[in-house]
Every structure is written in structure tokens, then in C-alpha cells.
Design a binder for this molecule. Sequence first.
Ligand code: BV8
Ligand code: ZN
Length: 257
Amino acid sequence: MRHATVEDAIDHARRALAAAERVVVFTGAGVSAESGVPTFRGAGGLWKTFRAEDLATPEAFARDPRLVWEWYGGRRALVAACAPNAAHRAIARFAATRPGVAVITQNVDGLHQRAAHDAGASVLALHGTLFGARCTRCGRRTPHDLPVDATSLDTLPHCDACGALLRPDVVWFGETLDPHVLDAAFDAARSAEVCLVVGTSALVQPAASVATLAARAGAMLVEVNAEATPLSDSADVVLRGRAGEIVPVLLDKGDPV
Ligand code: BV8
Ligand code: ZN
């Protein structure tokens, strides 16, 4: 559907989001761009300096755990210095006040979780977190935000329980997502009346299916993105611009941003 003006489009989306019982807010790296977190595929994106297949895969970790830990340690330090932006905060407020709202993110930067913690909402993180580590032998998961010393294999993080090497607690390319998390995300998508998609290139599967499943089940698809994506043509409302500006207007009932 194409609206005569941007105001009409925003008004249409605002009304639908306010009236809906069940809403999915599905986000990607673009929602964190205004917090200073580099995106993956946009200008200056993370994958520009590093190729995903070189670093975000189990093969890369097996081949060179020090390089992979160095990259994740650096990303974690960068993100820890960033703050949730107006989009994260508006989404957290929206979810905290509405039990039928599910926040589903592909991001591992923890910014939704920090905003949600302040607002008392929860977040489904499809691809894990930069702030956790998992044992490569016993699978033990632990919060992990210490600086990573990649000087040698011995100085890399090791498991307190069994002594084996730890890995970042994220989902790498070629790895399956946690089935419980993915099922919860797909269930929310199938029963959503509105799916608000913010800042994702919608290229990574199976995550991107959250939006297509919602649309196929009859949800109104509202896309907020700086550029066009494979979802844009099928979206009911396309809002081209920055998440930090548009999302609070869509979700806040006129509250000061
Ligand atoms: C799996 C964690 C196989 C690590 C990440 C079909 C089915 C199944 C698999 C595949 C398939 N086709 C291909 C595959 C393989 C692969 C895949 O999808 N490849 C892609 C590249 C084609 N998928 C997998 O490997 C998945 N695993 O399926 O295993 C399998 C199957 C069965 C049995 C056994 C095995 C696992 C994928 C998970 C990978 N891990 N992250 C880490 O972060 O280091 S994915 C990574 O990409 C991040 O999580 C990131 O969030 C995600 C998606 O990217 P986006 O978030 O969309 O970010 P991007 O930069 O691309 O876009 C940013 C957008 O924001 C842009 O549109 C831009 O315009 C916009 N923007 C920028 N600024 C703003 C803005 N918008 C608004 N405001 C702004 N200010
Ligand atoms: Zn262990």
C-alpha cells in the first residue's frame, strides 16, 4: 500500500500498532546504528573490514580461536561503550506496557536488553549475545564481559568447570539457532496482527522468516529502514529513514522522546 504522504503512512502504522493486541517488533543491526554500533552490510559495516565467513563460523574458530576471540572481544568493548538509543527505549516502553508485544532481535549487542531491563520488558535474542561465553566441551554458559587477552591460546577464556576453551555465546553461520528461541519467535510471528521490522537487511535466514511468517499469517508489515530491503515491496507501510527518529513516533503515545 502506498500512502499519499509520509504523515499518512506514519499515522496508519501508529493506529494499527496502538490498536493491536499482538505485535512483533523484529530488529536487526540498523536499530543500533545510531548508538554507534557498526552494522554488518551497510557503509562501514562490520563485514566490510572482516568477511563473515572468515570470522563468524565454527571453522574460523577451530582454525584461529585467538583471531576470533580478538574480534569478539573488540566488538564487545565497543558495544559496552554504546548506549541504547531512542528506538531501543521506545520499543522497551512499548513492550513493557503491552503483554502481547514480542521483541525479537538478531542483534548480539545487548542494547535491547539494557533498555528493556530499565523498562521491565523481555527480549528474544535469536543469535545469542556478545556478553556471554559457552564452553566448547561441557557447554556451560556464563556471562562474560571481561577484556579478552588473545596473546596466546592459554590466555584465552577457559571454562571454570572443566578447563576447556570457551567460545563466544553467539550463533555462527552454519550453526542452528536455539530451537526453543526460534520456535517462540515463529509462534509470536504467526499470531501477530502487526509486525514492525526495524533496521534489518532481511538477508539472514532463518531469522528473516520472522517477518515473512507474520505477513503470511495476515499481519500488517511495517518496515522502518534507511534503505530498501527484500521485504519493502511486500510491506504494508514502508518508512524510509532512521530508526531513532521514526520508531518513537510510531510507538510513543505522544510521550516526550
Ligand atoms: C543456519 C551472530 C544452517 C554472530 C549472526 C536458508 C535457510 C537456512 C540457512 C541459510 C539459508 N540461506 C543461507 C543460509 C545460511 C546463513 C545465511 O542466512 N546466510 C546469509 C548471509 C545468506 N544462515 C545461517 O548460517 C544460520 N544458520 O541456518 O544453519 C543449518 C540449517 C539446518 C541444520 C543445520 C544448519 C545462522 C545465521 C546466524 C549468523 N549469525 N550473528 C555475530 O554477530 O558475529 S548473523 C548477523 O547478521 C547478525 O546477527 C545480524 O544482525 C544479522 C543480520 O544482519 P542485519 O541485522 O540485517 O544487519 P545488516 O547490516 O545486514 O543490515 C542493517 C540494516 O539496517 C540495513 O538494511 C540498513 O539499511 C539498515 N540501517 C542502517 N542504519 C539504520 C538502518 N535502519 C534504520 N535506521 C538506521 N539508522
Ligand atoms: Zn566446560
